[in-house]
Ligand binder design. Structure first.
Ligand SMILES: [Mg+2]
Length: 401
């Protein structure tokens, strides 16, 4: 039996959440923006009225106001968006127990077998969309397909308030003319690499051999080939973002590292990846673990407790502290990894921050504003377009990891 998979993606989620508690923002151009009292703030999410004036994510407030002088802005309140997100997931879980949350504002639902409740998948989607609108005051777009990849692609085709079906049979007609960069799972760097090989749209990707793609991209090459042909066997795995117990990344270096500076560069990259992963889930962790594998394959793991955080700078500093404390400064390092765990509820987060001194809190706020800004810029321009100064190639060394 063919599966029926929905991807429910909330439209302009942050600003729509704000509008539920500030109804005066409705039907007027408005946006959630970082630090609205300063000129450095950028747009995190604009509503559709603002988008009609050309306001986009990652614009500076000045650019946004040039497009739309009447734009109203609200500072971000991520705790509130997480609570609204839980309300959304609770409502969706009434339609199917197989719910896999993909980020704070979207989830897959396996609706296979619920046909007897509705005339058609489109009718079921319309009911979900309507219920989210009337009960929670939020808008969504829903993609419907026989697999997760195509459901996600379908949800992107019409926003806001779209309901789009994209079955495996429609792939050639609906997807092959789109640029490869619009494919779910293809980041800025992969798109550039593909484009350099003359592979510009999804149809080009489907036409090249799987072996070639695997040669160039490893396991990802296999997924690229299958997805371009609309094939995806991944099951919907019931999971809420709140179930995730840890976020971790590791890098195996192309040559053994013995210089502190080079290892710190790797730690910065890892801290940035782990921080981004945790922020996407809306989670803050209290335990950071550093993993080091030496060139003789001996493994060292060391942990420490930190205040609940998902800020790149906090993770980086903790990892450097652990490295300096436990590494003898000479033994060649082959692999480094960072993981963040022991995520907790908001109450505990607040209790702990009561004991933080003012200066420290200001530091936390500043680094989370930087992370928010970088995340928004990456969302707009691709993951490779901004990075920390520490990660830029050293002009004196051609020491590319
Ligand atoms: Mg989304």
């Amino acid at each position: 039996m063919n599966r029926i998979i929905f991807l429910v993606d909330m439209n302009a989620f942050f600003i729509m959440c704000e509008t539920t508690r500030q109804p005066e923002l409705a039907n007027k151009p408005a946006a959630v923006a970082g630090d609205p009292n300063k000129r450095t703030g950028i747009i995190l999410t604009a509503n559709y009225e603002a988008r009609a004036f050309g306001v986009r994510t990652a614009m500076t407030l000045k650019e946004a106001r040039d497009c739309c002088p009447s734009l109203q802005t609200v500072p971000p309140d991520h705790d509130f968006y997480e609570r609204k997100s839980r309300d959304v997931m609770t409502l969706l879980s009434e339609y199917s127990p197989a719910l896999e949350q993909n980020s704070v504002d979207e989830a897959w639902l396996d609706m296979t077998g619920s046909q007897w409740l509705f005339h058609s998948p489109v009718e079921a989607a319309a009911q979900i969309q309507n219920e989210l609108r009337t009960k929670l005051g939020l808008w969504c777009s829903i993609g419907i397909s026989d697999n997760k990849f195509l459901a996600k692609m379908a949800s992107e085709l019409k926003k806001p308030l779209g309901i789009t079906t994209l079955w495996s049979d429609d792939v050639e007609r609906s997807l092959w003319s789109l640029p490869v960069g619009s494919m779910y799972g293809v980041g800025h760097r992969t798109a550039e690499k593909l484009s350099g090989m003359g592979i510009r749209n999804i149809g080009d990707l489907a036409a090249v051999g799987e072996d070639f793609l695997v040669q160039c991209f490893g396991r990802v090459g296999h997924d690229l080939y299958q997805h371009a042909r609309g094939v995806d066997d991944e099951p919907v795995t019931p999971r809420m973002c709140s179930d995730v117990k840890s976020v971790g990344r590791s890098i195996t270096c192309s040559h053994d590292l013995t210089e502190l500076d080079a290892i710190q560069k790797v730690l910065m990259q890892l801290a940035d990846d782990v921080g981004q992963g945790a922020r996407k889930l809306g989670r803050k962790g209290q335990t950071i673990q550093l993993t080091i594998k030496y060139n003789d394959f001996e493994l060292m793991t060391r942990q420490m407790q930190i205040h609940p955080t998902n800020a790149t700078q906090d993770l980086y500093e903790a990892a450097c502290y652990l490295l300096k404390k436990h590494w003898n400064g000479r033994r060649p390092i082959r692999l480094a990894g960072i993981s963040l765990s022991q995520f907790d509820g908001e109450d505990q987060v607040r209790q702990i921050s009561l004991f933080d001194c003012g200066d420290h809190n200001q530091g936390i706020r500043k680094s989370s504003q930087i992370d928010e800004t970088l995340d928004a810029i990456r969302a707009r321009f691709g993951s490779g377009c901004v990075t920390f100064g520490k990660l830029l190639p050293d002009p004196d060394h051609d020491d590319d990891l």
